[in-house]
Every structure is written in C-alpha cells, then in structure tokens.
Design a protein around this ligand. Structure first.
Ligand code: C2E
Ligand code: CA
Ligand code: CA
Ligand code: CA
Length: 278
C-alpha cells in the first residue's frame, strides 16, 4: 500500500508538472498574441424569438494558432486570469467588438453587441471608466453594447457588484447575467441588481428534451425573469423543438447552433445577408 501510495504521488507530481508547463506555454502564446495580433473574435447571432429577426451578436474570443486554427476560451481564459493578462485581453475584446459594431452599422447592419467580461476583469479598478473610454473612442451609442457577467461572479460579492453594475448602467450600457441558474443566487439580491437580461445556462437548455428537472429549472428561470420585467435569453438551442418549447414558455431571445455557430466577422455578415434575403 505504501509503494502504490508513493507511485501515485509521483504520478500526481508529474501530472502537475505537465499542467504547469502547458499553462506556461499558453501564457507565452497569449502574451505573443496580444503583441502580434493573434487574437480574433467570432460572432454568434442572437435572434428575437417571436419575430425570428436578428437582434444581436455575442463576441467570443479565440486565440489563433500558428496554423490558423483557434484555441477556445475555456482553455486560455483561466490561464490569462491567473497570469494577470485578462485585463489586456478584455480591453482588446471590447475595442475590437466596438470597432466591428461601428463597421457593421455603417453597412446598415444594426445589432446589439454582447461582450463577455471575466469576473477578474469586472472587479478591476476603473472597469466602467475604461469601458466608457473604449465605447466613446469607437464613436458608438453605449445602448448598443451589452456586457455579460456570470451569475457566480456577481454573487461572490453582491454589494460590490451592485456598485460596479450601477456605474455601467449609468453609461447607458446594458447588462446581462450569464450562465444563470448555476450560481446559487439569492433571489432577494437578484431584485437589487440593475439588470436587463437573464441568460438561461445552456446546461439546462440542452437537456430540455430529455430531462424533466432541467425543464422545471428552465421554466422557473423564465417565469422569474419575466416577473422581474427582464429579457430572458435561451442559449445552447440546437433544435427547432427546443426553440418552440422556449417560445411557449415566454423566453424572448434565442441563440445556439440551431441558428448558427459563432462565425468569423466576414461569415457572420454573409449569414445576416442570406437571412435577410430568405
Ligand atoms: P458563454 O459566454 O456561455 O458562451 C457560450 C458558449 O457556448 C460559446 O463557447 C459558444 O460557442 C457555445 N455555444 C453557443 N451555442 C451553442 C450550442 O447550441 N451548442 C453548444 N454545444 N455550444 C454552444 P465558446 O466560444 O467556446 O466560449 C466559452 C466561454 O468562454 C464563454 O461561455 C465565456 O464564458 C468565455 N468567453 C468567450 N469569449 C470571451 C471573452 O471575450 N472574454 C471573456 N472573459 N470570456 C469569454
Ligand atoms: Ca456569454
Ligand atoms: Ca452562457
Ligand atoms: Ca459558460
């Protein structure tokens, strides 16, 4: 027993070393990407459930590989947070999303641009000021920008979150609570947050068809959002039947592979044109 204990100890240290090396490699790549333009945004359509019209886009960051393939954010955002690089990534994302918004609206494509904000970034000093500066510099109406903060990020320190969100709202920027249903909100504190939207976490939406408990949670979230007069946004919609179900329940905004995967900017614009022509 002693020997196997020691063996597994060695196994874990080796695994730890490998993970550490991998993180350091990623950190170096993120730094290089920030210097050399190695980040890119993909955009996923957001659709009005009743009319089927395109109303927005969510900007989703990717780290480009040397061969042009993309590293997904779930892999590199945690590394960036730990390495103190998330502020720089966040600023780059906001700047690029605002630039793209400006360019699309000049082409007659009007939409709300949703930008994800990491909990670490959200709590950085003068976050709202920086965001304001970026939006101003791009020359766009703050009402066209929506930030997405996760429920767990907000609930970590609710009083601080209320203060930051009030600063953001006072700019005119909209606020969505992302991954809702996974972060153990106190319902009382939810009413004191200045929100525009709840995004139902996709772990529920994607199980709607097979799992009664996920249906129950989804229905409760939609009812809660509607009674608080918030927009309710379903994400992770992969089939028409799930879309129908969410519509019946009163969910008013939708996003998911059923409409489109996240796309590079040029493909997103083509998608919008083909939809407008249809
Ligand atoms: P999220 O904000 O919940 O974004 C939705 C994720 O679900 C995206 O993954 C999207 O590609 C994926 N998705 C959308 N529809 C479907 C669907 O129908 N089926 C399935 N299976 N997946 C779908 P992605 O782009 O890999 O992003 C993962 C997470 O990384 C995001 O989750 C967000 O938390 C974070 N993230 C993305 N971009 C940024 C960013 O610019 N800054 C920060 N701080 N975080 C970001
Ligand atoms: Ca999001
Ligand atoms: Ca989400
Ligand atoms: Ca997520």
């Amino acid at each position: 027993a002693k020997r196997s204990g020691r063996a597994s100890y060695q196994f874990y240290t080796r695994e730890f070393d490998e993970r550490m090396e991998e993180a350091l490699r990623l950190e170096a790549r993120i730094k290089a990407a920030l210097r050399q333009g190695g980040l890119t945004l993909h955009y996923q359509p957001v659709v009005d459930v009743k009319t089927g019209r395109l109303i927005g886009a969510e900007a989703l960051v990717r780290l480009l590989d040397a061969d042009g393939s993309a590293v997904l954010p779930d892999k590199f955002i945690p590394v960036a947070e730990a390495a103190g690089l998330i502020g720089d990534i966040g600023e780059w994302v906001a700047t690029e999303a605002c630039r793209q918004h400006k360019s699309w609206s000049a082409q007659g494509l009007e939409l709300t641009m949703a930008i994800n904000v990491s909990p670490v970034q959200f709590r950085q000093q003068r976050f709202a000021d920086k965001l304001c500066g970026i939006i101003d510099a791009a020359g766009i109406d703050p009402e066209n920008i929506e930030i997405e903060v996760t429920e767990s990020a907000v609930m970590e320190n609710i009083d601080e979150a209320i203060r930051i969100l009030n600063d953001i709202k006072s700019l005119g920027v909209k606020v969505a609570l992302d991954d809702f249903g996974t972060g153990y909100s106190s319902l009382a504190s939810l009413t004191s947050l200045p929100l525009d939207k709840l995004k139902v976490d996709q772990s529920f939406v994607r199980r709607i068809e097979g799992d009664a408990a996920s249906r129950a949670v989804t229905e409760a979230i939609i009812a809660l959002g509607r009674s608080l007069k918030l927009d309710v946004h379903g994400e992770g919609i992969e089939s028409e039947s799930v879309l129908h179900y969410l519509r019946e329940q009163g969910c008013n905004q939708a996003q998911g592979y059923w409409f489109s995967k996240p796309l590079p900017a040029s493909e997103f614009a083509l998608w919008c044109r083909s939809k407008a022509a249809a």
